[in-house]
Design a protein around this ligand. Structure first.
Ligand SMILES: *Cc1c(COP(=O)(O)O)cnc(C)c1O
Length: 359
């Protein structure tokens, strides 16, 4: 067996110790006599898995007690519609910041439910920065302000918390949740699919302040209704039980790494050296303005596009996989989430230098 360095944007690389533990527990979890996959979600064993999952997430992110934590299905994409359905609360407008492909999708889905006030957009600059706060348009009549804290495709990340001028702040943190500390109390709602930085696909985390829920219209299907799911511990329908378990293992791994503040330091170091290597080279280029460069997703283009195929083939020959950029932006992208070891980034940098030298 030879595991490669996998730079996929999601589903993405997982800590090897997590995979080994899952393998070890595949046939029997603790003393339950069965696999987690076979357990009733109402049974006493799965109850322990669910409790540990929520309490570990609460402690890693220091989630205040007046926030519900939900584990849903449908991905972050489903949230693009669930959020307006649940949070509009009779209002007709919501504010959105557009900084890349994912916020663009959030905007387009929200338009089915409300008038979208475009607070800011960097579309004209091909999503290479976050627009100046001074230019933001925030409508005080809006139900909330939505932004995407890390644009997975364009490699643009907010470094701080946007000032929502009193509106409930809603953030899609799919690709940078648990990569850095976040003050949950400044948010109305945080959501994230798990397949980027928390585990396999199949679970969507929603952290929501409890006064914001319970106002969805009757036409909202109960499984899409945050208040209904909260009342039922996210088990209004059968949850993705095995995926909850795997996310739980990743959280325990993260605790073992020293938690979010400790992993942030490693993420800063990994990203800094990779960007430095790109900036110092002649062959590679990252188009994002320096203050907004993502620590998680590092896109780069080759000065000569005709080398792309050779680059990807040679990378694979060196055990470096999934470096092809998203089809909408082209070039390359290295996703270096929490689980990407330092050695993987070093191997990528050594390969890039060698490829530049020989081309
Ligand atoms: C991947 C991603 C999504 C979509 O996730 P799905 O699970 O495919 O719905 C949404 N937003 C961001 C920021 C993402 O990275």
């Amino acid at each position: 067996m030879s595991r490669v360095y996998n730079f996929s944007a999601g589903p993405s690389t997982l800590p090897e110790t997590v995979l080994l533990q899952a393998q070890q527990e595949l046939l029997e979890w603790r003393d339950s006599g069965m696999s987690v996959m076979e357990m009733s979600h109402r049974g006493k064993h799965f109850a322990i898995i669910a409790e540990e999952l929520e309490s570990d997430l609460r402690s890693l992110l220091a989630i205040p007690t007046n926030y519900k934590v939900l584990f849903l299905q449908g991905g972050a994409s489903a949230q693009f519609s669930f959020i307006p359905q649940n949070l509009l609360n009779g209002k007709t407008k919501a504010c959105y910041i557009k900084t890349g492909a994912w916020s663009e999708k959030a905007v387009s889905d929200a338009k089915n439910y409300c008038e979208v006030v475009l607070t800011a957009s960097s579309e004209a600059e091909h999503y290479t920065h976050v627009p100046e706060v001074a230019d933001w348009v925030i409508d005080s009549e809006a139900a909330y302000l939505h932004y995407t804290s890390n644009e997975t495709i364009h490699g643009v990340e907010f470094s701080g918390v946007p000032d929502s001028k009193g509106l409930a702040l809603v953030s899609d943190m799919s690709s940078n949740i648990l990569s850095r500390p976040v003050d949950v109390s400044q948010y109305g709602l945080i959501y994230a699919g798990t397949q980027k930085n928390m585990g396999p696909s199949g679970v969507t985390i929603v952290i929501v302040r409890d006064d914001l829920i319970g106002h969805a219209p009757k036409t909202t299907p109960p499984v899409f209704n945050y208040a209904e799911q909260a009342k039922n511990q996210s088990m209004l329908n059968t949850p993705a039980t095995y995926n909850w378990y795997l996310v739980g293992l990743v959280l325990k791994w993260l605790q073992g790494q020293g938690g979010v503040a400790a992993i942030e330091q490693r993420n800063i170091a990994k990203a800094a050296k990779l960007y430095q290597a790109i900036d110092q080279s002649v062959l590679y280029h990252n188009p994002v303005a320096i203050p907004y460069r993502s620590r998680m997703n590092v896109p780069f283009i080759l000065a000569d596009e005709s080398l792309d195929k050779a680059f990807l083939a040679a990378a694979e020959a060196n055990g470096l996989y999934e470096l092809k950029g998203h089809r909408s932006v082209g070039g390359m992208r290295a996703s270096i989430y929490n689980a990407m070891p330092d050695a993987g980034v070093d191997a990528l940098m050594a390969f890039m230098a060698e490829f530049e030298r020989t081309h």
